[in-house]
Ligand binder design. Structure first.
Ligand code: PLP
Length: 395
């Protein structure tokens, strides 16, 4: 029978019935090592007892009221998040795209306040910011945009990590209100910018009074070894967006703002029916407490460094491997040729991975991955890469 679902996803031929930690099981009892964590969502793995407990308790008490009323857990989560980020205020939505929509709206308000008629947000090649019309426009993929024209006005694009391109814009463009970028590009291929790039963008934003807006939807919540990836650069953005592992699978997005940017929205200027309801905020609070109590950012840093080293050593003899890179538990293994078939090959041996940007194996394992499980990941993946590269690409 044909599926009733729109064909936006080409599903792999597997459905999972349950999970624990880094492991998932299908209906036939096969076990899989989940090195993708629902694309950086399940940072605490599957069925973490603290998260299950928070969801069950809150679902039995109160799931939703409305933002027409005060929500104590939303206040508490806002306080915890802003304290961790050193920022002033937060708006809660339900997804990454919505968090970025809020950021883009802040940029426009900021531009209009400065007397700019048609404010521009500078974004990057190969960026991924979501699938709504504005975030799709910000996304640097023609493939994702094709067919959805006309796109949204008010965006300008530079190569990722290219400071001189941004400086040229600073000299010649007078309508810029903000820069929006990922501290490390995820979908784009686990791309790291030059070491001082974020600090230089911060400097330029200060000089030009642009908002520095960081999309930490994939990099945030401990994944790169600090709460937020920009903290490696010792800067604070004006706006930061979060989603994915903030709720460990319960849908929540957040747009944090600092300084004057935190005062741009007023009553009625933005909103969300579900955003920040008691269930998701209580869950996200449990996520924060667990990351803190179990020192998971530190673990991501240590296990991630070990994994990158192990992959580099094990794959060193293969000329088809271009680079092993990343930060914390956000790891990319770039091959010299497209390797999408590795996803099915890995599934067949009980391993969940992703391939992005055609030829980059993307690993985003849960932050709770043990040393032993990290070893199992290397032992499962390396022979697959070896076998794939040994095969004649024309065959
Ligand atoms: N921004 C980044 C960096 C992402 O990786 C994603 C999702 O992959 C998004 C935004 C969009 O998030 P969502 O799918 O929750 O709308």
């Amino acid at each position: 029978m044909p599926s009733a679902l729109m064909t936006t996803y080409q599903h792999l031929p597997v459905a999972f019935t349950h999970g624990t930690g880094v492991w998932l099981w299908d209906a036939n009892g096969n076990r899989y090592l989940d090195a993708l964590a629902g694309i950086a969502v399940c940072g605490l793995g599957h069925a973490h007892p603290k998260i299950t407990q928070a969801i069950c308790e809150q679902a039995g008490r109160l799931i939703h009221t409305s933002n027409l009323y005060e929500i104590a857990y939303q206040e508490e989560l806002g306080k915890r998040l802003t304290r961790l980020a050193g920022m002033d205020r937060v708006f809660f939505g339900n997804s990454g795209a919505e968090a970025n929509e809020a950021a883009i709206k802040l940029a426009r308000l900021h531009g209009h306040r400065a007397g700019v008629e048609a404010p521009v947000v500078v974004v990057c090649d190969n960026a991924f910011h979501g699938r709504t019309l504005a975030t799709l426009t910000a996304t640097g993929s023609r493939k994702a945009q094709a067919g959805f024209e006309p796109l949204v006005h008010g965006f300008m694009r530079i190569p990722y990590g290219d400071l001189s391109a941004l400086e040229t814009i600073a000299q010649h463009e007078h309508e810029v209100a903000a820069v929006l970028l990922e501290p490390i590009q995820g979908e784009g291929g686990i791309n790291l910018p030059p070491d001082d790039f974020l600090a230089q963008v911060r400097r330029l934003c200060d000089e030009r009074q642009w908002l520095m807006m960081l999309d930490e939807i994939q990099t945030g919540m401990g994944r790169t070894g600090k709460w937020f990836a920009h903290q490696h650069s010792g800067i604070t953005p004006d706006v930061m967006t979060l989603a994915k592992s903030l709720g460990n699978g319960v849908p929540i997005g957040a747009c944090l703002a600092n300084g004057p940017a935190a005062a741009l929205f007023g009553p009625g200027s933005h909103g969300s029916t579900f955003g920040g309801n008691p269930l998701v905020c209580r869950t996200a609070l449990a996520v924060l407490e667990t990351i803190e109590r179990e020192h998971l950012a530190e673990r991501a840093d240590r296990v991630g460094a070990w994994l990158r080293e192990a992959f580099t050593t094990r794959l060193d003899h293969l000329s088809g491997v271009t680079e092993v890179r990343g930060r914390g538990l956000m790891i990319g293994i770039e091959l010299q040729r497209p390797c999408a078939e590795l996803v099915s090959n890995a599934l067949a041996v009980g391993l969940l991975i992703n391939v992005t940007a055609d030829n980059v194996i993307r690993l985003l394992p849960p932050l709770i991955t043990s040393d032993e499980e990290a070893g199992q990941l290397v032992d499962l993946l390396c022979p697959l890469i070896e076998r794939f590269l040994a095969k004649d690409p024309a065959a």
